[in-house]
Design a protein around this ligand. Structure first.
Ligand code: SIN
Ligand code: FE2
Length: 202
């Protein structure tokens, strides 16, 4: 059983809301193109490509490691504003937490995955992490606060929202794999995950 504070809200966004969000993300991607994040120390690239919107964006490279910064690592430009639809979702599910500052956009091509990890690069660990899925289905895995704790799988579909709050805020989680061509939303095989986070203490 996942930790308390873990909520899966299947179908939170209907098809029309998903299409609106996809259109807003197309605008984000035009000014903030996907970049290839690289693991600290090993220098290995992630299989997921990323960009961000909002005041701060999550980036990772060999020299600087995991961190938030106000600018795109390749273009040097500030991140585009967070679409209003995302702040509305946050308000609906984040239990009164201060406004989100970062929206990490993860692009999973077929074959991409995300190893088990904890989101802990934020100063404010009391606000939940809110994630939105668009496009192909994916097997999400969530465990406990320790890496060896038992895990369970959850199928995430386009329009689903996840909330990792409370005890689940520091739970290990990741994506085992996506199921290519299970959705036609994006017009190509792949999956977008948006992760909204409060970074600094309010
Ligand atoms: C993440 O944990 O950063 C991404 C989770 C997801 O893609 O659903
Ligand atoms: Fe995460």
């Amino acid at each position: 059983m996942a930790l308390s504070g873990f909520r899966h809200l299947p179908g939170f966004l209907d098809r029309q809301a998903q299409m609106r969000l996809k259109a807003a993300l197309d605008d984000v991607l035009e000014v903030a193109p996907l970049f290839v994040p690289v693991m600290p120390r090993s220098g290995r690239p992630f299989s997921v490509r990323m960009t961000n919107c909002g005041d701060l964006g999550w980036v990772s490279d060999k020299a600087g490691g995991y961190r938030y910064q106000p600018t795109h690592p390749d273009t040097g430009a500030t991140w585009p504003a967070m679409p209003r639809q995302l702040t509305t979702i946050w308000k609906a599910v984040a239990d009164g937490a201060p406004a989100p500052e970062a929206c990490l956009v993860n692009w999973y091509a077929p074959g991409a995955k995300m190893g088990l990890h904890v989101d802990r690069d934020e100063e404010d660990l009391s606000a939940p992490v809110v994630s939105v899925s668009l496009g192909d289905d994916a097997w999400f895995r969530i465990g406990g606060r320790k890496r060896g704790d038992p895990t369970e799988k959850v199928l995430l579909r386009s329009g689903d929202v996840l909330v990792l709050g409370g005890d689940a805020r520091l739970a290990f989680h990741g994506i085992d794999r996506i199921l290519p061509r299970t959705s036609d939303l994006l017009g190509e095989a792949g999956r977008i995950n948006l992760t909204l986070r409060r970074v600094r203490l309010a």
